[in-house]
Design a protein around this ligand. Structure first.
Ligand code: IMP
Ligand code: MG
Length: 181
């Protein structure tokens, strides 16, 4: 039923799974001697990516979520990053890995990186699944390999349009009619 709204699939479920596994292997190797890794998922979009990534990690780690966004309910970035909900865990002395499903302008991650660095984290890294390089406004990049996507508005695997379509297992572009409603 949900399929009828899809114009085209950009990244398949299989591709996403393979990339999540690849990222988890790198992070596991990097932190194999650490017992203070803190994954911070950026709500709401990264809730699926964060949980899939965590389940592939072979190290002890803690997860928490932060809510910060430069988006309203439409498709354009406002550039204003608001931290609406902070994490409960203490950051001090932790290896923080910020999990984000997609880097667009980079404004959100720039604000979050600064936010955690100020709280004396042992290290702060960014782990993003997807990247829209063309859209970048600030000097921010993922510390791990990313899947590059074109400058198109996408949904699925946690990404939404007006709160909907996060439950696609792939990353896709919606039909024009959906936005015209
Ligand atoms: P940034 O601050 O501009 O990098 O945007 C960060 C967040 O905006 C992403 O992690 C997504 O949650 C959301 N976003 C950016 N581009 C899209 C898109 O094409 N579809 C849905 N959400 C998006
Ligand atoms: Mg996001």
């Amino acid at each position: 039923m949900l399929e009828k709204y899809i114009e085209k699939e950009l990244i398949s479920e299989q591709e996403i799974k393979a990339q999540v596994k690849k990222l988890a292997n790198i992070i596991t190797e990097e932190h194999k001697d650490h017992d203070n890794v803190l994954l911070v998922g950026v709500l709401t979009g990264a809730f699926i990516f964060t949980s899939d990534l965590m389940r592939e990690l072979d190290i002890p780690c803690v997860v928490d979520f932060i809510s910060a966004s430069s988006y309203g309910s439409g498709t354009e970035s406002s550039g204003n990053v608001v931290i609406a909900k902070d994490i409960k865990e203490s950051v001090r002395g932790k290896h923080v890995i910020i999990c984000e499903e997609l880097i667009d302008t980079g404004n959100t991650l720039q604000a979050l990186k600064r936010w955690f660095a100020r709280q004396e984290a042992e290290s702060v890294k960014i782990c993003a699944l997807l990247n829209k390089e063309e859209r970048r406004q600030v000097d921010i990049h993922s510390d791990y390999p990313v899947i590059e996507i074109p400058n198109e508005f996408v949904v699925g695997y946690g990404l939404d349009y007006a709160g909907k379509f996060r439950n696609y297992k792939c990353v896709c572009v919606l039909k024009k009619e959906v936005y015209e409603k």
